[in-house]
Design a protein. Structure first.
Length: 521
């Protein structure tokens, strides 16, 4: 297979965002300016195959990747307020195309990516409070993997699936339990024929609304065909098992999977191998998309992208649209006749019309970069490679357009919630914070991500009660309507504890704050 397709990119996998105990309630702002890309501060290191993680305090952790032709363990933080990057603690192991998962504790789990068929090194945790990486449990996999997927489940565990090794892609899966800091094997992926398991890399993993995980597409250069997969499987945390393969509309690897506000999953782009796999190297960029419906567990074709692309990013915006940025459209046909290459274009997918349309282009072409939605509604695009396969230190911000006037004055009620004294190791009764969009407004309120910031360095926790929460990511709150957030207090240390629910939205009088207070005993 051509090395260009084997190069393991950093895919942006946008699954359902979990309401977590440690996150700030941030109902993020819709930007009121024309949609465009613009440069922001550059990183300390050029990076490709890195990870990019939005932290509870709104900063962004960028870690590892290929740095100046070597795999690196350095990390840095992006501050949206200043638009600059600054160094933070380094990982204990150099990692490339590893996974990074924000846990409910607010720490970030780094796993895999050391590219060696040896017993994998310990995973590690990044603590935003201390800015230090510490080792945690070791994997049970036979070889270390890269280009695997890691998905935070609703119970707080992390599902690791697939990935490539020095001896071929993996069909193994395992679970990381943050409460014990250990990995345990879970069900293997299923057979795609009488002799071969589904063993993908450059695949996607998406947490669905029903708690299951959709594993889709990917590549397997080691299965004798060299073809990208046109199948998917569902992982059920309740049984620890994977489903029988589900047929996709098209084969695709290095694609993106994005959870839409209606619960369906948009698969877009990727690459495919055509007639004869490894023998003839007939490969190309995928320009199609398809939708997975969890209600029926089936895929159906959707509209075509404006630009075929793989190793791109896809980010769901606060208005429900999906931003696609950069990637590569290289096609290899016949006897290694190449056409196309890295691109800078951006396009938007509208889930209402089901259509793609071009939006502003980035200032430079880039593929195998990363992208994350910031709390203010803009998208931070970081690193990657250019058309000369040189690693990039540059970053840029995409600012969405505002399609409607800003509502206001929106308010949160009450402004303070006091839980009083509560016994350690138990959770209090749920108290409600209400978000109110007054009837006098002329526009709906756009609800964004739910997360939390602590007001002290204590070990106490204020929890989001998902069952009592109706303010969900991406919803549109009509004028005259309200939604609520259920909050509990579960102290793990004695003494006063505080946290702040920060409510930023597209109103003219935001952000709003609700102070949370309690004391452990």
């Amino acid at each position: 297979m051509n090395a260009h397709f084997r190069h393991s990119g950093s895919l942006a996998i946008n699954g359902a965002r979990i309401i977590s105990a440690i996150c700030i309630l941030v109902i993020s702002a819709t930007i009121t300016s024309a949609q465009t890309f613009a440069p922001t501060g550059g990183m300390q290191d050029e990076r490709d195959g890195h990870t990019e993680t939005l932290l509870p305090d709104g900063k962004v952790l960028v870690a590892g990747g290929a740095l100046n032709a070597a795999f690196g363990g350095t990390a840095e933080l992006y501050d949206p307020v200043t638009g600059t990057f600054s160094p933070t603690g380094s990982m204990n192991f150099a990692r490339y195309n590893h996974t990074a998962t924000l846990l409910k504790s607010g720490k970030v789990l780094m796993q895999g990516g050391t590219i060696a068929c040896l017993p994998p090194p310990p995973a590690e945790l990044y603590d935003p409070a201390t800015r230090v990486f510490t080792e945690t449990g070791g994997s049970n996999l036979k070889c270390d993997t890269y280009s695997a997927t890691a998905t935070l489940l609703t119970n707080g565990n992390v599902l690791i699936v697939g990935g490539d090794t020095q001896i071929g892609p993996s069909d193994e899966a395992e679970l990381y339990d943050p409460s014990t800091g250990s990995f345990t094997a879970t069900g293997s992926l299923t057979m795609v024929n009488s002799t071969t398991y589904y063993a993908p890399y450059h695949h996607t993993a998406t947490l669905l609304g029903n708690g299951k995980v959709l594993i889709a597409g990917g590549d397997n250069w080691f299965d004798g065909t060299g073809n990208a997969y046109a199948i998917a499987e569902l992982y059920d945390p309740a049984t620890g098992a994977f489903s029988a393969p589900i047929a996709m509309v098209a084969a695709r690897a290095a694609h993106t999977a994005t959870m839409l506000t209606n619960g369906k999953v948009l698969m877009a782009g990727g690459y495919f191998e055509g007639c004869c796999g490894l023998a003839y190297r007939d490969q190309g960029a995928q320009g199609t998309s398809e939708l997975f419906d969890p209600a029926t567990a089936t895929f159906t074709g959707s509209s075509a992208l404006t630009d075929a692309r793989y190793f791109h990013t896809a980010t769901r915006l606060l208005n429900g649209q999906v931003l696609f940025a950069g990637g590569d459209d290289l096609t290899i046909s016949g006897l290694d006749i190449e056409s196309g290459g890295p691109i800078a274009s951006g396009e938007l997918y509208d889930p209402v019309s089901g259509a793609f349309s071009l939006t502003g282009s980035m200032s430079t072409v880039r593929y195998q970069h990363s992208a994350v939605l910031l709390n203010n509604g803009s998208v931070l695009v970081v690193g990657g490679s250019d058309r000369n396969a040189s690693y990039l230190a540059s970053a840029e911000l995409y600012t969405p357009a505002s399609d409607s006037p800003s509502p206001g004055p929106v308010r949160a009620s009450p402004q303070t919630i006091s839980f009083g004294r509560h016994k350690l190791g138990t959770a209090s009764a749920t108290r409600l914070a209400t978000i109110i969009n007054p009837k006098v407004n002329k526009a709906p309120l756009t609800i964004g991500r739910l997360s939390m910031t602590t007001g002290s360095m204590t070990a106490g926790q204020f929890l989001i009660d998902a069952a009592r929460t109706t303010c969900v990511n991406g919803m549109s709150l009509a004028r005259g309507k309200t939604c609520r957030i259920g909050v509990q207090f579960a102290p793990s240390a004695t003494g006063p504890q505080t946290a702040m629910l920060v409510v930023s939205d597209n109103s003219s009088n935001g952000p709003h704050q609700v102070l949370l207070k309690g004391s452990g005993r």
